[in-house]
Ligand binder design. Structure first.
Ligand SMILES: NC(=O)c1ccc[n+]([C@@H]2O[C@H](COP(=O)([O-])OP(=O)(O)OC[C@H]3O[C@@H](n4cnc5c(N)ncnc54)[C@H](OP(=O)(O)O)[C@@H]3O)[C@@H](O)[C@H]2O)c1
Length: 331
């Protein structure tokens, strides 16, 4: 049954782009869910690095805007035409448009995945967006096979830990990179066979040495500016460089001829959103993610929890590079 009264939601709203001071908490009214939507009482919100790019205006959004792509919650109201969710269901989403930094939200039912029994809401958001990213990277962009040599940059990070564990589970030899000795230890715990501290100048040589001179079949590079040219040097003939982020800034532009010189390399710049735009494919991918989690390919790793009103602290922590793993925002 749909309740037609408006409900209040505490929501982070941006009137402009910039530093963390643009993140303003407001109380807004949300209408009853429209046809095909459900209303969620959100229980845990996932912080993702893309939130920083969008807050800063590096990936501009129309203003004013909400922020955040991922949350878990309990279905509180069901709009007409929704047959697959009921009040009380625990669900998670990662591709319903920006605006996840809030306490209540209407979300199209086709954008929701049910959280399997035995997984709590916080654990679901600690992994969902990040594991949906790892899923398309190891299964679609470069389908990882046994004995492949796989390099994962920022391997102690949120996506990095999951990607390393999943690639290892598929039988790859995984070489992780990270920015400190401590983070290299975290990368090893996440499933890397070798970990290289890429704040050291000779990190490319160290990666090649760790591969016994074979170089990588695939390099997953989410760091961009500081690693991209090195990634081309770590990649074996006919190998692939998957540039999927820019944590240190945008990768330098290159002449395509460089790919020939470095060994007829393949280069791609993919995104998780088109991979999950089709509702049926999204559900299949989500099922694969939860299955991989239940098989133990990767674990949820919660680095910090911050209250919604203190969400600026989540951004500051991620930008400081001091955290390793997922940051949870508590609505
Ligand atoms: N294309 C896609 O589909 C997609 C989807 C999800 C995420 N991503 C990308 O994947 C990456 C990881 O996302 P995440 O949410 O899991 O974040 P995260 O890995 O937890 O944090 C980013 C990591 O990047 C490393 N880094 C290197 N230089 C940095 C710098 N100058 N400033 C900040 N961090 C720096 C840090 O590790 P060290 O200290 O070890 O260097 C840091 O832990 C991000 O680049 C994100 O944009 C892409």
């Amino acid at each position: 049954m749909t309740d037609h009264r408006a409900t209040e939601s505490r929501s982070i709203q941006l009137q402009g782009f910039g530093g963390t001071d643009v993140l303003k908490l407001q109380t807004i009214d949300i209408p009853a869910p429209a046809t095909g939507e459900v209303q969620l009482k959100q229980t845990a919100i996932g912080f993702n690095f893309i939130d920083i790019y969008q807050r800063a205006g590096k990936y501009p959004l129309p203003l004013p805007t909400g922020l955040g792509h991922e949350a878990a919650g309990i279905v509180e109201m069901v709009g007409s035409g929704v047959t697959d969710f009921r009040v009380g269901d625990h669900v998670v989403y990662m591709n319903a448009g920006v605006g996840a930094y809030c306490s209540r939200r209407n979300v199209p039912a086709e954008k929701l995945a049910r959280i399997p029994d035995g997984i709590d809401d916080e654990t679901a958001v600690a992994v969902f967006f990040k594991a949906m990213t790892a899923q398309y990277l190891v299964r679609k962009t470069f389908p990882v096979k046994k004995e492949n040599i796989v390099v994962v940059h920022a391997a102690a990070g949120g996506v990095g830990q999951i990607l390393s564990g999943w690639a290892k589970a598929l039988g790859a030899i995984v070489i992780g990179t990270a920015g400190s000795v401590e983070k290299c230890g975290i990368a090893i715990n996440a499933g890397c066979d070798h970990a290289v501290n890429y704040s050291e100048e000779d990190w490319v040589d160290q990666v090649i040495k760790a591969s016994d001179g074979r170089k990588a079949d695939v390099v997953y590079d989410s760091v961009g500016k500081n690693t991209f040219l090195g990634s081309l040097d770590c990649t074996a003939k006919f190998g692939m460089v998957v540039l999927y982020g820019a944590a240190s800034g945008p990768a330098p532009s290159i002449d395509p001829e460089l790919l020939n010189k470095k060994g007829c390399l393949f280069l791609t710049r993919p995104s998780v959103f088109p991979h999950n735009a089709d509702p049926a494919t999204f559900r299949e991918n989500a099922a694969e993610v939860f299955d991989a989690m239940q098989r133990g390919y990767f674990k949820a790793s919660v680095a910090a929890r911050v209250a919604l009103e203190d969400v600026a602290d989540a951004h500051t922590l991620a930008e400081s590079r001091k955290s390793a793993g997922s940051i949870i925002i508590v609505p």
